[in-house]
Design a protein around this ligand. Structure first.
Ligand SMILES: [Zn+2]
Length: 301
């Protein structure tokens, strides 16, 4: 994606992983063969791999440079993270920080880090290994966590869960959140939370629950134009054909589907650029009405 400019704000996509393939039922437990075939036809091989009939996602984060404030929205999966149950998240080794530097930003330059939620692929680069210790990757940043997201995960971590999936999420708290708290760099906030408000520029964390209890989206407004970091409200463009299609990790499927519809409505009303966490290809675009529903409009290339 080209750098996106909204008034005095620039937004760059920082890709952690270009292609992250999954068996369709692993990503969307109720998906039908017909839906996979229709998605391949309408979206192409960039989004559905025809050989293994795999759903293709990516992992990406967004660098937002506003006057006086450099913000990172989501931090991807991170390197060296041990995830024995969540195998798709296990032991990444990517050049993510080099890609950030290639955009002219060093870890020291980041002022604020926001995670849309605390699944491993959204807070992983919060920390990095230094020797055998996890340390904050962004030493000068304030890391913002929504209270409704932070508190249940902290409680789960403290209960030392034995269930393998819950244990991997607790491990995520331990290696990607707790070191930030111990460094005094964490701020647990109630939503909506204003990150920046100056002139006609606003950056806001807003509650968007369903995928997780405390999931947030981050709305960016500048000069009457809008963008939104959507996190895991939507995972793949095939979901526009069936907004009720639940993702395997959804905490509350009905709430997640309602939030997806609310996001679509808001984006159409505001002609907002959607900064997706997981769409392969360009990763960003606009949501437009199509019949009774919506479709994704990719940027003109
Ligand atoms: Zn995710």
């Amino acid at each position: 994606m080209q750098t996106l400019t909204l008034g005095p704000i620039t937004i760059d996509r920082i890709v952690e992983l270009e292609r992250w393939p999954f068996a369709p039922a692993e990503m969307f437990p109720d998906i039908t063969d017909e839906q996979v075939t229709a998605a391949l036809r309408s979206l192409g091989e960039e989004h559905v791999d025809p050989r293994g009939r795999r759903i293709v996602l990516g992992i990406q984060t967004y660098l937002v440079r506003a006057p006086g404030l450099t913000v990172l929205l989501d931090t991807g999966n991170g390197n060296d993270k041990h995830r024995p149950a969540l195998r798709a998240h296990h032991m990444f080794h990517t050049a993510y920080l080099d890609r950030l530097r290639a955009r002219g930003v060093r870890p020291d330059d980041i002022d604020v880090v926001v995670s849309t939620h605390l699944h491993p692929d959204h807070c992983g680069w919060n920390t990095r290994l230094s020797g055998d210790t996890w340390v904050p990757t962004f030493p000068n940043a304030r890391y913002l966590f929504a209270r409704d997201e932070f508190a249940p995960l902290e409680a789960s971590f403290e209960s030392r869960p034995e269930d393998p999936l819950a244990a991997d999420l607790a491990r995520t708290f331990e290696d990607s959140v707790l070191p930030v708290v111990k460094a005094g760099q964490a701020a647990v906030v109630d939503t909506p939370h204003t990150i920046l408000s100056a002139g006609d520029v606003r950056i806001t964390m807003r509650s968007a629950p369903g995928h997780t209890r405390g999931h947030v989206v981050v709305e960016i407004e500048a000069g009457g134009r809008y963008a939104v970091a959507a996190g895991d409200v939507i995972h793949h463009p095939l979901q526009f054909a069936d907004l009720d299609l639940a993702q395997g990790g959804d905490h509350d499927r009905a709430r997640a589907a309602a939030t997806r519809r609310e996001l679509c409505e808001w984006c159409v009303d505001h002609d907002a650029v959607v900064l997706t966490a997981h769409f392969a290809g360009p990763g960003v675009g606009r949501i437009v009405r199509a019949g009774d529903g919506y479709r994704f409009a990719w940027p003109e290339s």
